[in-house]
Design a protein around this ligand. Structure first.
Ligand SMILES: Cc1cc2nc3c(=O)[nH]c(=O)nc-3n(C[C@H](O)[C@H](O)[C@H](O)COP(=O)(O)OP(=O)(O)OC[C@H]3O[C@@H](n4cnc5c(N)ncnc54)[C@H](O)[C@@H]3O)c2cc1C
Length: 478
């Protein structure tokens, strides 16, 4: 594979950085005066810049940071962390600000602007959060997660030192950053291996005729079998469930004829369906297609926001009992929450699910060794995203009317599985997993992650409620 290196560093000039440092003249009395004394740019409160940077993507979860630093150099990042430690506040880097749980809005905003050139997702999602915690898109079955393409990361640690981590330099840190980056430091430079884009890609949708329990259960079992054993490396596919039924959505890395040879026999096996919307693109064309009218080069200030609650699941192929339980929940419970915008029992509220086929015999994600990074779900076949959005008004505060909808979906599946058979994906962060977050997002990697955290951030400067906690140092070690 052709693999040139793509380096993005947001325009820093590392050799000049020490010259830009100013030592504080006198001990600062406030966090902001500390930033000022080090010449770290920051946003003043009650300004448009502050309002823009403090605005969450998910307006259900607004937070007010203690301060917003806007570093332009690695030295600024080091000094901002120095001030935070001195004033006893926690540091949360923010990149695109698209955390479902507003995790980038903790205390200090240390923004990093770089272009996302290889993964497919909403054009406004930031590279920082996305690639450090997974990075799944419609090229991942073919090429792996976005984090699999990382070759080096420049990161500033809690002690205000900056290191470049690779597979051979700081290998434990490099491992931990790729999966749990937000708990370890502030990454300011990302280096990637790239791949040669295909000349043609085919996008398609299939509206499946699954409209009762039997057709969903039998179709789902067949689709899983195909995903596990036969889905070719060029295919990237998910099925979506919403009030209109079940749909396949796919991007084949190749032309229309080749795509049809794969998809049409599959549709037969799944009980038939309407094959629509097949569009052949080049690389940029498919990026624009998925951006759905948004510019793929996002500009600031960023004004698109949504109010929602979301959850996730990663699972092995589901046993029949779990699919039946999910399907029963869909027909008997969840469908009562369905509404058209502006009507029905829950006006202005829309929910949907996406279930990606991420694993399987031919998946690049499954092929990459599990121990290569802190992403914990390479043994899983399916990646679920559950999304419940209100278009106007507030998200229901009443538990039964609000969270219960998605909780019930997740429970309908997990209640039929062993714990080993499922996990959750931290890029679809659910703030209500606080307390079990390390377990569900990181499973077998929690122990090693806590050790790395204890080595680089023993006092949890980079705290977030869903993050990794430092391993406790035993008295014998200290
Ligand atoms: C509209 C939309 C579409 C999406 N589509 C997809 C998709 O197709 N596939 C997918 O996998 N995910 C998708 N996501 C989820 C997305 O990947 C995550 O929300 C991701 O964490 C957002 O990254 P961010 O930099 O924009 O967010 P931020 O809120 O800025 O950051 C998220 C987390 O990363 C940390 N962080 C950010 N920058 C850095 C840094 N430089 N160093 C260390 N830590 C950092 C933050 O502290 C925070 O904990 C989507 C999200 C949205 C809102």
């Amino acid at each position: 594979m052709h693999s040139p290196k793509l380096t993005s560093n947001g325009g820093l000039a590392p050799l000049l950085l020490p010259l830009l440092r100013l030592l504080p003249l006198a001990a600062a009395s406030t966090l902001e005066s500390c930033l000022e004394s080090y010449s770290v740019p920051f946003n003043e409160q009650n300004t448009t810049a502050w309002d823009n940077d403090a605005a969450p993507f998910n307006t259900r979860l607004p937070y007010v940071p203690a301060a917003i630093a806007v570093p332009l150099t690695t030295a600024h990042i080091e000094d901002a962390i120095r001030c935070a430690v001195e004033f006893g506040v926690k540091v949360n880097p923010k990149s695109g600000g698209h955390s479902y749980a507003s995790l980038g809005l903790g205390v200090l905003d240390t923004r990093v602007y770089v272009a996302d050139e290889f993964s497919i997702l909403a054009s406004s999602v930031g590279i920082g959060g996305h690639v450090l915690h997974g990075g799944f898109g419609m090229s991942s079955f073919t090429h792996g997660l976005a984090l699999d393409a990382i070759t080096a990361l420049t990161v500033t640690l809690a002690n205000s030192t900056t290191v470049r981590a690779t597979a051979s330099d700081h290998p434990d840190l490099f491992w931990a950053l790729r999966g749990a980056g937000s708990s370890m430091g502030v990454v300011s430079e990302f280096e990637f291996a790239t791949f040669e884009p295909p000349e043609e890609l085919t996008h398609f949708e299939v509206q499946l005729g699954w409209n009762d329990t039997e057709s969903v259960v039998e179709g789902w079992l067949e689709l899983q079998k195909w995903g596990e054993e036969e889905m070719p490396r060029e295919m990237n596919m998910r099925f979506g469930v919403d009030g209109r039924g079940v749909r396949l959505d796919g991007l084949y890395h190749g032309g229309l004829e080749d795509a049809e040879e794969v998809v049409l026999p599959l549709v037969e096996r799944l009980g038939g369906g309407l094959f629509t919307g097949n569009v052949t693109y080049d690389w940029l064309g498919q990026l624009k297609g998925y951006a759905a009218g948004e510019p793929i080069n996002s500009t600031r200030p960023y004004r698109a926001h949504e109010k929602f609650y979301a959850k996730s699941l990663t699972t092995r192929a589901l046993p029949r009992a779990a699919i039946e339980s999910f399907t029963d929940y869909f027909f008997n419970n969840a469908s009562t929450f369905l509404s058209d915008i502006g009507g029905g029992d829950f006006p202005g509220r829309v929910w949907w699910l996406l279930i990606d086929i991420q694993g399987g015999a031919n998946s690049r994600i499954s092929e990459i060794p599990a121990e290569s990074s802190a992403y914990a779900h390479r043994d899983k076949l399916l990646l679920f995203q559950f999304y419940d959005r209100v278009f106007f008004g507030d998200y229901p505060e009443d538990e039964a009317e609000g969270y219960a909808l998605l909780d019930g979906f997740v429970e309908s599946v997990t209640s039929k599985l062993d714990e080993d058979d499922w996990g959750m994906y931290v890029n679809y962060a659910d703030p209500r997993t606080e307390g079990v977050a390390e377990e569900v997002y990181y499973r077998q990697n929690v122990g090693r992650l806590r050790e790395v955290k204890a080595a680089v951030d023993p006092t949890d400067v980079f705290y977030n409620p869903l993050g990794i906690k430092p391993a406790e140092v035993s008295k014998d070690d200290s």
